[in-house]
Write a protein that binds this ligand. Structure first.
Ligand code: SF4
Length: 235
């Protein structure tokens, strides 16, 4: 019998994971942490830039950096006309400034060339799949950046995974121990029920910070232990 390919292994895992009661996991997390409401609908281009700025830094720091960028360049056209080095100096406190400035400048240039205007509000009218395909063309916009932009700015059902979420989902068994970022996002986009993407995203982060910590997770106090592969070996 021939060995299955990595793709087949991931598909088999996805089938097994789909049988897990994702709805109950979401429900138990909502009982424990509340039902967060997605009030952050906003301009998609603002959100895309803000998510790029949030890479490899804290939330507080990235919010400060975004505010500084908007103060220095009240319109995206002004940022497009600025030198990359000026953008980098403005966002310096957020880290990786040169790299982020290059990405921001390049995406502004590309959007302007394609649409003649710096406006991504047409994403609101697209399906989630169309919007993902559109944003995938930009260098520096990986699966998490795209998902955050579409979930937070457009309230679309697209699931972003951060480091806490990856850890929890691997332990629970909803995503394989080894799979690419893109594949993990794809699996979760299929598994999460419509309308529950924001709640599940926010509560998994809360859960990862409070209970399912990187070291010594508190499995005996966990509201989803009965659905967790790792937890079942601990209690
Ligand atoms: S049972 Fe333990 S490992 Fe599983 S999700 Fe809960 S805290 Fe994390």
């Amino acid at each position: 019998m021939s060995a299955s390919s990595p793709r087949q292994a991931v598909d088999a895992h996805r089938e097994a994971a789909a049988e897990k009661p994702v709805r109950y996991i979401i429900q138990n997390l909502e009982r424990a942490y509340g039902v967060p409401e997605n009030k952050r609908a906003s301009d998609p281009l603002d959100m895309l830039v803000s998510v790029i700025l949030s890479q490899a830094t804290s939330d507080v720091n990235s919010q400060r950096t975004f505010a500084a960028l908007k103060r220095r360049f009240p319109t995206w056209d002004k940022a497009l006309r600025a030198r990359e080095s000026t953008i980098a100096a403005t966002i310096k406190s957020g880290g990786l400034a040169q790299q982020k400035a290059k990405v921001i400048k390049s995406l502004l240039r590309q959007i302007k060339a394609q649409h003649g205007t710096l406006d991504l509000s047409f994403l609101h009218e697209m399906t989630a799949d169309e919007a993902i395909a559109y944003l995938s063309q930009f260098r520096g916009a990986g699966p998490k950046t795209i998902a955050c932009t579409l979930l937070f700015a457009c309230r679309k059902d697209v699931f972003p995974l951060d480091t806490h979420i990856f850890r929890v989902l691997r332990r629970v068994g909803l995503i394989p121990q080894k799979c690419s970022d893109a594949r993990a996002h794809e699996i979760m986009n299929e598994l999460v029920p419509p309308g529950k993407f924001y709640s599940f995203h926010v509560n998994l982060i809360r859960h990862g910070r409070k209970i399912c910590r990187p070291r010594e997770p508190l499995c005996t106090r966990c509201p989803i232990v009965e659905y967790c592969d790792y937890g079942q070996t601990q209690v």
